[in-house]
Design a protein around this ligand. Structure first.
Ligand code: FNR
Length: 339
C-alpha cells in the first residue's frame, strides 16, 4: 500500500516524518510540586519517539501555578523549568521525532491550594471550588503568562506549541456560553468570547514563529453550548491569526456524558477542515493502523493523534505499519531486531 499515514508533512519550516502524533496526556508525575520534569518523563517520551511517532506533544503544562489541574502537573511558569524540558526534547529529537508542548491553564478546573480563576464565578461541579471572576488585570497577567510560556518553550527547543483551548479549561471557559457569563468585551457574543484566545494567540506569536496548534472541544454536548457554526467561526478566526492546525477533541466543558465509540471525534476534524479550510488533527479512539490510514487518505484530517493506545504500546507506529504491511525505519540501536 502507498501509505499516506507514513508520508511526511511540512508546516512552516518543520517537517514531521509521518502523520502520527502522540496526543498530550498528563502524567501527574512532576518531580515535586514545583512542576519540574521527573526522570519518568524522559523515559516516557523518549520511548514513544523511539517507537517512531512523528510528533510528540507533551502533556498539558501549566503557564501559572494556579492553573494546574493537579499539584503534580508539569509547569512552565518559571525559567527554572527550561532545563528539564530541554532534556525531554533531547530524548525526543534523538529519534527524529518532533516535539510539541501543550500550554495550559485549568481555570475553574484547577485543583490547587488557594484561589482559582475563571471568566465567571461558577463552579464546575460540587466537587470543585467556586472560582473568582477574573479582573482585567488577571486577564492580562494570564495572557502574558502564555507569552512567557511560549518564550520558554522556544528556549527549551520545542518544535510545536499547542495552546490548550479544550476540555473545559480556562480558554474553553471563555469560548463557551455555558461558562462565560461576562458582560464586558470578553463575554456575550461569540466574537467577544473569542477575544481572550485571540489575545493569547497574538501574545504567543510575539515569541513563537514555529508551527502553532490549538486544541478545542468541538462539541459541548449541551443544546445551549457552542454549535458547529461557532467552531467554524473560531477556526476561521484562528486561521486569520496564523494558527496552523486545529486539534479537534470534544467535551468536558460541563459534566455531560459523552457517547464514545471508535473514531467518535473524527467528524469534527473533518467538518472544520472542510468548512474553515484549515489543517486539522483527529483524536479519540483511533487505535488501528487501518483506521488511521483511512483518515489521512480520505483527507478527513492532516494528523492523527493517538492517546491511550500509545500508553499501552510505545511502538504503536510499528504496530500500525505491520498492519498496513509496510516497513518503516526503526530507532538506530534496534536496527537488527526491528523488521
Ligand atoms: C488525556 N487527555 C489529555 N488531553 C489534553 O488535551 N491534554 C492533556 O494533558 C490530557 N491528559 C490526558 C491524560 C490521560 C491519562 C488520558 C488518557 C487522556 C486526552 C487525550 O489527549 C486524548 O484526547 C484522549 O485520550 C482521546 O484519545 P484516545 O486516548 O482515545 O486515543
Amino acid at each position: 500500500m502507498d501509505s499516506q499515514l507514513f508520508s511526511s508533512l511540512t508546516i512552516k519550516d518543520t517537517t514531521f516524518k509521518n502523520r502520527i502524533v502522540m496526543s498530550p496526556m498528563c502524567m501527574y508525575s512532576a518531580e515535586s510540586e514545583d512542576g519540574h520534569v521527573h526522570p519518568f518523563h524522559l523515559a516516557h517520551y523518549e520511548s514513544r519517539a523511539a517507537g517512531q511517532a512523528g510528533l510528540i506533544i507533551i502533556e498539558a503544562t501549566a503557564v501559572l501555578p494556579e492553573g494546574r489541574i493537579s499539584s503534580r502537573d508539569l509547569g512552565i511558569w518559571s525559567d527554572d523549568h527550561i532545563d528539564g524540558l530541554k532534556k525531554v526534547n533531547e530524548g525526543i529529537h534523538r529519534h527524529g521525532a518532533k516535539s510539541g508542548i501543550q500550554l495550559a491553564h485549568a481555570g475553574r478546573k484547577a485543583d490547587v491550594e488557594g484561589a482559582i480563576f475563571a471568566p465567571s464565578p461558577i463552579a464546575f461541579s460540587e466537587k470543585y471550588q467556586t472560582p473568582q471572576e477574573m479582573t482585567r488585570e488577571e486577564l492580562n497577567r494570564t495572557i502574558r503568562a502564555f507569552q512567557e510560556g511560549a518564550r520558554r518553550a522556544r528556549e527549551a527547543n520545542f518544535d510545536v506549541i499547542e495552546i490548550h483551548g479544550a476540555h473545559g479549561y480556562l480558554i474553553n471557559q471563555f469560548l463557551s456560553p455555558l461558562t462565560n457569563k461576562r458582560t464586558d468585551e470578553y463575554g456575550g457574543s461569540r466574537e467577544n468570547r473569542y477575544q481572550f484566545l485571540r489575545e493569547i494567540i497574538e501574545a504567543v506569536k510575539q515569541e513563537w514563529s514555529g508551527p502553532l496548534f490549538v486544541r478545542i472541544s468541538a462539541n459541548e454536548y449541551d443544546e445551549n453550548g457552542n454549535t458547529m457554526e461557532d467552531f467554524v467561526y473560531f477556526a476561521l478566526e484562528m486561521k486569520k491569526q496564523g494558527v496552523d492546525l486545529i486539534d479537534c477533541s470534544s467535551g468536558a466543558v460541563i459534566p455531560a456524558r459523552i457517547p464514545v465509540y471508535p473514531g467518535y471525534q473524527i467528524r469534527y476534524a473533518e467538518e472544520i477542515k472542510q468548512k474553515a479550510g484549515i489543517r486539522t488533527g483527529a483524536v479519540g479512539l483511533i487505535t488501528s493502523g487501518l483506521q488511521a490510514e483511512e483518515i489521512i487518505q480520505n483527507r478527513r484530517a492532516d494528523l492523527v493523534f493517538i492517546g491511550r493506545a500509545f500508553l499501552r504500546n510505545p511502538y504503536w507506529p510499528k504496530q500500525a505499519a505491520d498492519e498496513l504491511e509496510i516497513s518503516i525505519d526503526g530507532p538506530e540501536p534496534y536496527r537488527r531486531g526491528w523488521n
